[in-house]
Design a protein around this ligand. Structure first.
Ligand SMILES: Nc1ncnc2c1ncn2[C@@H]1O[C@H](COP(=O)(O)OP(=O)(O)OP(=O)(O)O)[C@@H](O)[C@H]1O
Ligand SMILES: [Mg+2]
Length: 197
């Protein structure tokens, strides 16, 4: 299939050299992006348009996998299934489950000490991206889950800019700072695109 077309990867992206899980026949990277975008949009409608409850957004590991499946399940066979290989980013595959559970524990602590929801959303976003549970789509999924968290708390969502040239380097730089424990720039980025204008 379109192996050579879609394997070109940009900085901060999981290399996409395994197209064996594709459920659709795509001829270009652009076509793939469009199909993923459509799939992602239907998931956004499912989670971000109506009021959420502990039942529709329970923040369990199984539910996090379901969100990924809702976002990518029409395009990739492995959507919603944790990767079984190690990547150049993310925790070793055996640690995915335990790291997600560690995140849930930390989430409980952040909520107990009443950290601001946007700060919690930024931390969820960073940790999910850092764990990187899936073969691909981790960034879009982590941004969606963080927004679901905000929406679940009846707050506006973060509207990330489409622009790749200016925004992307800032975003990756802020993620890398968060990797070293400096969460300031990543939180600032959330606040910048979150506050309703
Ligand atoms: N140093 C880093 N620390 C934490 N997360 C990172 C880092 N570098 C990249 N990421 C995350 O990984 C994502 C890329 O992974 P992946 O390709 O699986 O996701 P994606 O949804 O396909 O990407 P994109 O966000 O470009 O649509 C980035 O969007 C970012 O969220
Ligand atoms: Mg990717």
């Amino acid at each position: 299939m379109a192996k050579n077309i879609i394997s070109d990867s940009e900085e901060g992206q999981t290399p996409l050299d395994d197209v064996s899980g594709l459920l659709v026949d795509v001829k270009s990277r652009r076509e793939l992006n469009d199909l993923e975008f459509k799939n992602n949009s239907s998931a956004a409608r499912k989670y971000l348009l109506k009021r959420l409850t502990g039942k529709s957004a329970p923040f369990t590991y199984k539910w996090l996998q379901q969100v990924h499946k809702d976002m990518f399940g029409k395009v990739w066979r492995w959507a919603g299934t944790a990767r079984d290989t190690d990547l150049n980013i993310g925790v070793p595959k055996e640690k995915i489950g335990s790291e997600i559970h560690k995140l849930f524990y930390d989430l409980g602590q952040w909520e107990m000490r009443k950290d601001p929801p946007v700060e919690i959303a930024a931390r969820i976003h960073h940790r999910l991206a850092l764990i990187h549970p899936f073969p691909n789509g981790n960034g879009r999924w982590a941004r969606m889950v963080a927004n679901i968290y905000l929406h679940r708390h009846e707050l506006p969502i973060v509207k990330w800019p489409e622009d790749q040239k200016i925004f992307r380097p800032k975003y990756l730089k802020a993620l890398k700072a968060a990797d070293t424990g400096d969460h300031g720039p990543f939180l600032k980025l959330h606040e910048e695109y979150w506050q309703p204008s």
